[in-house]
Design a protein around this ligand. Structure first.
Ligand SMILES: [Zn+2]
Ligand SMILES: [Zn+2]
Length: 301
């Protein structure tokens, strides 16, 4: 194991089992980031466990707040912490990097470099690196209030759907009719004027052929994750939005359904977790589609 910053160590499963070395380094707390991992010395150290596999599609960012609290309070209390996984390369490195990022307001690259300075074999898988970038873009705040984090979760729903045939649990955008903070732009039902979505719920896309999937990936995010703009292209006859609380069938796990106004029941569009094609030619997965001729897009003052 290696001390990557003052009091914080990264290591392998071997390091976790070596009680003599742990005692010698004055380790007090152990954070295990591995599935089906049983503590070797439950009576000697304070343990926390995060059960995940070392796979790019694992959602590791959801554990950052809890892990940071565990590490932070141990260090504040004068303790020393070992974060370990199996090899001490990917999972443990990701969790340690997230802690260093938040503590010192660093980017993902900067934090990983800090770790590599003392432990050269640090090598998180590509999905975890993306999630460290996302963590930075979320300003170290992993909250479903943030559109960027909801986009990331939706991409996981899509992967879940491809693998298991159901989407798992869905975090839907909150209903603008229940929001107190005024949004800058609001889309309302043309018939009854009920607010349906605001600008942060809208997924913009560039018109044309090709695929657009919800994703969070620094290297391919062009055209995605630009929630602050309405589609500018006249060829697009629909708005594509995130799943919304008020849409019937989302919570019941329906893969596709009509989208009707929750107040007057006017037909607005449809959704499909398998995706759909916009009138401009773009395939969008998943698609939560509202026809623009059924709504009014207004600017709030
Ligand atoms: Zn389009
Ligand atoms: Zn309506």
């Amino acid at each position: 194991m290696d001390q990557v910053i003052d009091g914080l160590y990264v290591g392998s499963a071997m390091a976790e089992s070596d009680k003599a070395s742990l005692k010698e380094a004055h380790i007090t707390h152990i954070l295990s980031v591995a599935r089906h991992y049983l503590p070797s010395h439950p009576n000697d150290f304070t343990y926390m466990s995060v059960a995940i596999d070392d796979l790019p599609e694992e959602n590791i960012i959801q554990y950052f707040p809890e892990c940071n609290r565990f590490i932070g309070s141990a260090l504040e209390g004068g303790g020393r912490v070992l974060v370990h996984c199996m090899a001490g390369q990917s999972r443990s490195a990701t969790v340690a990097a997230a802690f260093v990022m938040q503590q010192d307001s660093l980017t993902a690259e900067q934090a990983l470099q800090v770790l590599k300075d003392t432990r050269s074999q640090i090598y998180p898988n590509s999905g975890f690196v993306d999630q460290l970038h996302l963590y930075y873009d979320l300003n170290y705040d992993v909250s479903t209030d943030k559109a960027l984090y909801r986009r990331f979760l939706i991409s996981h729903n899509v992967e879940h759907f491809k693998e298991y045939g159901n989407v798992g649990s869905v975090v839907a955008g909150s209903d603008p009719s229940k929001q107190t903070l005024p949004a800058q732009r609001v889309v309302r039902c043309k018939k009854c004027r009920r607010p349906l979505v605001t600008d942060t719920n809208i997924i913009d896309h560039q018109a044309g052929a090709g695929q657009l999937a919800f994703s969070y990936n620094k290297r391919s995010s062009n055209g995605v994750d630009t929630p602050h703009a309405f589609p500018q292209n006249r060829a697009c006859s629909s708005l594509f939005v995130e799943p919304m609380e008020w849409m019937a069938g989302i919570r019941d796990g329906l893969i596709e359904n009509k989208v009707n106004c929750p107040k007057c029941d006017a037909k607005l569009g449809s959704y499909n977790w398998s995706g759909a094609q916009c009138s401009c030619g773009k395939w969008i997965t998943p698609s939560f589609q509202i026809h623009r001729n059924r709504v009014d897009e207004t600017r709030q003052r």
